[in-house]
Design a protein around this ligand. Structure first.
Ligand code: ME8
Length: 648
């Protein structure tokens, strides 16, 4: 069987974070398991490098766009290599073959009558590379997805007849209830389509960093809309529009995406494929969103979890296990060191690691490390049957992308092993001279560990390879067949005495996300009301307008920002308040904002506070911020104002 698995291609406007790592880990696990089963497997990942957002990010760094894309794309690829991600191809949308493939697809859509030329005017969010109808915009014309301001774009554009595919899409969703996973997300997509699909603008003339239209159209001004370009990667990687060499892998079995980009993959992408007369993927799997310590991660808050850091401190495979076990696929999850440590200590160290240590210890004492399965069926048929029943049920969970459930069930095999040791207490049997029975229990556990390791291999490839090596076998399609499919037992072997694989972790190993020092913004008092309406403002503690103006509030521009050494909370800022020299402000906001994200931005400053010393440093002002359960955000002028402008 051919099995094609894809991740989204990641934007090269920033480095990888744990959201990217999560999708990639799942895809890698699916690909590894598929290979273990003996399927012909092709696993694709890569980078999405075109569009205005990338062009602007490169310009900000004063770099040629291609060089900028090369650098960030390499960071992704290196990270996946460090993490042992078993991709078969790493595609880049700046690859010549990809560009040719996209042009071929465009030509085919034109020939099909699915593309026409018109004008587009709308609110465009550069960050999301998406147009939004007026009705969906938030206050102030901001993007409903990321909250950034949108801009009005009017330009000549080619359109894709998405509206034509409304009915075929609905019919497809109806006929293929397993197309969108988890199934709970299917309704969301269906009601969106039911609400009506507008034709999609698929070219731009306002920037040039993109795939050009096919020469046959003679439209040098136009470049492709980045989502058309990006989505096509899934087939251009297989040679679409070029040599078609690997098109046998199409349709994909599983295309993994985050829930935020499900619409593109469950609506636009299938419509494009229908236009190209290509079959649709079997499953689009949409995973949830990761937060950190309960808060949304963002660069501006400075609380993005760096996957490399986590892997460095906790080990990449423990990290992989945690992410896939902790959160039901499709639901949002929270990353915290505590949760990771708890999983490592309880599941990996207590359940799995201990089991291995115990049989190494017992076989050393009772049989000079020799393990023989000869009597396992005789004394432990029940345990073996129970374990086989669990192992047989596992693949369904994987096919439905319920990886957390897969692992939860798999862990029951270790529970059977640990229980068998407690119940049969081999040490007592040895004392009673029933050594055969004692050794049968040890061999039972060795077999359970071996079988479970085969099924855990896709999630923790290196660790399970080490366990298998200690148990005298190698994990591959052959051992999968004998140990899992044919339910055979291990041939006699000598167990290797290896050091414990999962030492317990007591304290967090990475620097914790610091807590903010500014707890709450000073509250502006309600203005006195003249109408008849009775004020509901508490009468105690009110101040007059004059008292309010005793506080000098000013707009400041942050010129410099640095982390304060030895403090996890503080940032040292140089803030221009329109005075002769900038003020130094020490602010407890490092948990929420990285130093570099603040430079050049504006803030509101309490300008007439008595200077104070924090960690020995002078602080000459205080920033206004608001905090709630979602975290802290700085209060900023809606539009840029001159430094020093007074607020009130
Ligand atoms: O969207 N938790 O690229 P991207 C979980 N180039 N997943 C997260 C996440 C989080 N906090 N933040 C982001 C793109 N992701 C396009 C894709 S495919 C033809 C084009 C996930 O780099 C997000 O949901 O912004 C998405 O699946 C992936 O990271 C890529 O995001």
């Amino acid at each position: 069987m051919k099995n094609y698995i894809t991740t989204p291609i990641y934007y090269v406007n920033g480095e990888a974070h744990i959201g990217h790592a999560y999708t990639t880990f799942i895809a890698d696990a699916l690909a590894r398991h598929s290979r273990l089963l003996g399927n012909e497997t092709y696993f694709l990942t890569g980078t999405d490098e075109h569009g205005q957002k990338i062009e602007e990010s490169a310009a900000k760094q004063n770099k040629p766009t291609q060089q900028f894309a090369d650098e960030i794309s390499a960071l992704f690829r290196n990270l996946w290599d460090e993490f042992d991600i078993s991709y078969d191809q790493f595609i880049r949308t700046t690859d010549e073959a990809h560009k040719k493939g996209v042009q071929a697809a465009f030509e085919k859509m034109v020939a099909k009558g699915d593309i026409y030329k018109d004008f587009y005017e709308g609110n465009y969010c550069v960050s999301c590379e998406t147009f939004f109808p007026e009705s969906q915009l938030m206050d102030g014309g901001c993007c409903p997805d990321c909250g950034r301001p949108t801009t009005i774009v009017k330009e000549e554009s080619y359109f894709f007849r998405l509206s034509k595919y409304e009915k075929p899409l609905m019919e497809y969703y109806e006929a293929h209830p397993e197309f969108i996973l988890p199934k709970s997300r299917r309704n969301e997509v269906m009601s969106f389509v039911r609400g009506g699909l507008n034709d999609l603008s698929v070219t731009r003339t306002s920037f040039s960093w993109g795939v050009h239209l096919p020469a046959s159209l003679n439209e040098p001004k136009h470049v492709m809309y980045v989502w058309l370009d990006a989505l096509m990667n899934y087939v251009t990687a297989l040679g679409y529009g070029n040599d078609e060499s690997k098109m046998g892998f199409w349709p994909a079995n599983v295309q993994l995406v985050g829930k935020d980009i499900l619409r593109f993959h469950a609506i636009y992408w299938p419509a494009f494929l229908m236009s190209l007369d290509l079959p649709l993927p079997k499953h689009i799997g949409a995973h949830g969103w990761w937060t950190r310590d309960g808060e949304k991660m963002s660069k501006s808050k400075g609380n993005v979890v760096d996957p490399r850091e986590v892997a460095k401190h906790y080990g990449v495979e423990n990290f992989r296990y945690f992410m896939m076990r902790e959160v039901p696929f499709g639901q949002d999850g929270d990353f915290s060191q505590r949760a990771l440590i708890d999983r490592m200590n309880s599941d990996l160290s207590n359940d799995l690691g201990n089991l291995l240590n115990r049989i190494i210890g017992m076989s050393e004492k009772y049989s000079d490390f020799a393990i023989n399965s000869v009597d396992v069926e005789k004394y432990h048929a029940r345990e073996l049957n129970d374990a086989h029943a669990i192992l047989d049920s596992l693949e369904t969970y994987l096919n439905e992308l319920q990886i957390h459930r897969y692992l939860e069930e798999l862990w029951k095999v270790f529970t059977i092993g640990n229980k068998a040791i407690e119940e049969h207490a081999p040490w007592t049997k040895v004392k009673e001279g029933r050594t055969d029975e004692a050794l049968a229990t040890v061999a039972l556990v060795a077999n359970l560990l071996a079988k479970a390791s085969v099924m855990l291999h896709a999630i923790m490839p290196r660790t399970t390879a080490t366990i298998a090596d200690a148990l005298g076998f190698a994990i591959n399609t052959e051992s999968y067949t004998t140990l899992i499919k044919e339910k055979k037992l291990l041939a006699p072997f000598t167990i290797k005495k290896i050091p414990p694989l999962f030492p317990r972790v007591e304290e967090p190993l990475m620097a914790e996300a610091p807590k903010a020092m500014i707890e709450e913004a000073p509250k502006a008092p309600e203005p006195a009301k003249e109408e008849k309406k009775v004020s509901t403002v508490p009468t105690e503690g009110l101040i007059t307008i004059d008292q309010f103006f005793q506080t000098s509030l000013k707009v400041g521009t942050i010129l410099e920002a640095q982390e304060v050494p030895k403090s996890s909370k503080l940032l040292k800022l140089q803030v221009d308040l329109g005075e002769e020299s900038p003020r130094q402000v020490i602010a407890g906001i490092r948990e929420y904002y990285s130093a570099e994200s603040l430079v050049g931005t504006q803030v509101c400053v309490v300008a007439n506070l008595k200077p104070a010393k924090l960690m020995g440093m002078l602080s000459e002002g205080m920033l206004l911020a608001a905090k709630d359960a979602e975290g802290l955000c700085l209060i900023r002028p809606e539009k840029p104002r001159q430094s020093g402008s007074s607020i009130g």
